[in-house]
Structures are given as C-alpha cells and as structure tokens.
Design a protein around this ligand. Sequence first.
Ligand SMILES: NC(=O)c1ccc[n+]([C@@H]2O[C@H](COP(=O)([O-])OP(=O)(O)OC[C@H]3O[C@@H](n4cnc5c(N)ncnc54)[C@H](O)[C@@H]3O)[C@@H](O)[C@H]2O)c1
Length: 350
Amino acid sequence: MKILVTGGAGFIGSNFIRQVLALGKDYVIVNYDKLTYAGNLENLDDVAKNPAYSFAKGDICDAAAVESAMNGCEAVVHFAAESHVDRSIYEPAPVIETNVTGTFILLQVARKLNVRRFVHISTDEVYGDMDAGAFADENSPLQPSSPYSASKASSDLLVRSYVRTFGFPAVLTRASNNYGPYQFPEKFLPLMITNALDDKPLPIYGDGKQQRDWLHVEDHCRGIVAVLERGRIGEVYNIGGQDIVENLTMAKALLRVTGKPETLLSYVKDRPGHDRRYALKCDKIERELGWKPTISLEEGLRQTIDWYRSNTKWMARVRDGEYRSYYEKYYENRDSSLHAIAQTGPKPSL
Ligand SMILES: NC(=O)c1ccc[n+]([C@@H]2O[C@H](COP(=O)([O-])OP(=O)(O)OC[C@H]3O[C@@H](n4cnc5c(N)ncnc54)[C@H](O)[C@@H]3O)[C@@H](O)[C@H]2O)c1
C-alpha cells in the first residue's frame, strides 16, 4: 500500500516512517514535507536509500503540489503541523494556515483522488484543562486553550465533518505528550535534557505543577499503525502513555539521571493560558485494537537521554540558524516575551 505521510521529516513523522518501513510489509512511503525549522531530513538518513521510501518537498497549503504527491496513494497519514504552543502565541498566523487550511486542502485533494484511508493525527490538547481525577475520553468536549490547540481542534472537526457529510474514510488519533529520539529541542523534554547536559538553566513555567501524560514516540507510532490498519472509519482513538507527571517532578528526575544539580532549575513566568493538566482515557484503543504502551517512562527517559548524549552533532546542527535566534529571544528572556505579547504586546499584523 502506498501512503502519503505529511510532515514526515518532523519528530513523530520520522519515527513513524522508520517504524513502518521496518515492519517488512508492502508499505511504500511518500514523505511530503515543507521542511520548516522543525523538519529535518537528517532524521531519516538511515532510510533515505530504501526503495520503498521517497521524499517530496512541498507545502500542504499548495493544492497542486499536494495533488501531484498524493496521486497513486491509497492512504494518507497526516502529521504536518505547526506544533509548538509558544510559537502559536507569538505568531498564530502560520499555525492557523498550516493546521486548518492545510488540513482542508489535504481533505479536498484526498476526496478528489478517492484515497481509501486518511489518518488525522491530533492531540490531547484539544480537550483542554482536565480537573484533578478526570480523564478525557473520545466523546469529551473539545475545549482548547491556545491558538495551537484551537487550530488542532478545528482541523479535527473539519475531518469529522468530511466523514459525516461526504462519507470520507477518515479516522483520528489524539495522543498525549510524546518524547523520544529526534524531537526538536524547543519542546519541554528535549529542552530540559539538552540544557541539563549543557549545564544551562532549565526554565520551569510558573510553579511547575502542570501535569502531562508522557508517551514514548515508538509506542505512539505503533498505535498509529494499528489505527491505520484496523481503526474504524469515523472514529477517534485516544493514545496515551498513562504516565502522568508534574513538569517540575520530571525536570528534577532528569537532573538526577544526568547527574546535574537542582540549582539549574530556573522558574520563569508561566505561559499565558497554560493548561494545568492533561489526562486521557485510552481503553477504546486497547479494547478495539489491542494497543497498550510498552515502554515505561523510566526506561524511555534513560533511552532518550542516552540518545541526546550520543547525538551531539545532530543537536549542534539543529541548534544552528532559526532556532538559535528564537531560543535567545523567547527562552533566555522569558518574562518580557510571551506574556508581554499576550497581555500588552503590539497589535498583531497579519
Ligand atoms: N509532539 C507531541 O507531543 C504531539 C502529541 C500529540 C499530537 N501531536 C501531533 O503530531 C503531529 C506531529 O508532531 P511533531 O511533534 O512531530 O511535530 P514537528 O514540529 O516535529 O514536525 C512537524 C513537521 O511538519 C512539517 N510541516 C510544517 N508545516 C508544513 C506545511 N505547511 N506543509 C508541509 N509540511 C509542514 C515540518 O517541516 C515538520 O517536519 C502534529 O500534527 C502534532 O499536532 C504531537
């Protein structure tokens, strides 16, 4: 089966492609990616020469380019997104454009080409803040808090509307916080790991008591394969690690494992609109598709820290260029950046 994977040069997409090609089934992958700051073909160096893999550079908002890449594909797995909450606060326009308009264009082209299965990759952030003790199931209301999560919720709803209105063969996943190899270091866990390894301060938002459910990216990708192969059309499947940890506890654990002192913890003003807790109920995917996470948080964290330790060249190249200036502007001067933009900053220009 020939599959168009959008956003395959990013963190989860590249792990997914590697995993699918290693299955030894008859999958042929076309990786369609715009190569934004977050897309890195180096993530796929080891499969670049595999005859079942090819790459096409392009934007999901470009309908003609999408059509030529999707032509002949039976399935689409849609990862491509502007995926960072902080960036969505700083500059929402590209987030809305890619996540909402880009998804719309993919749906239109996939309908035109009679694609047989469309897997839309979404996130637990669409459910918004969960009260202590509460867990979101697939029917919980969508209550997104950030421009990023609102754009993901919008694209979820569009996909579902295509199922209902056009009988479009889509299935959706909503996963919790992923971690593992090849994650761009602006996200919480790789930021904490790489700063700890470099003896740099670990920025902790607010009181650090925000809770996240951690899912190893390889477990997530196994879940996506199960949904691709056997998920029921029109259904949503939550995918979570079932390991809920406070950010501060996580940062302290990383310092312990890397042998660094807690004096590296640096409390910074909280992210505007920051959700306190995400928590997923995942019995549907376990019951229907037999999926469960297999990598414990302890084992996954050790493996991930080892990966960042042994891939310093990857890290150095990723840190060059656009990421460096973004990091300096918004992470090294936190108090006067995101919050100011959200509360009193200049009026946005479109
Ligand atoms: N990272 C997580 O913890 C997590 C959790 C749940 C769901 N998700 C979802 O999974 C998907 C992948 O997340 P990720 O962490 O791998 O993101 P990422 O930022 O690492 O990768 C995104 C990829 O999409 C590409 N891209 C961006 N805009 C594009 C466009 N207009 N056209 C074509 N390609 C474009 C980028 O170049 C990059 O390769 C996203 O849809 C995200 O919302 C992520």
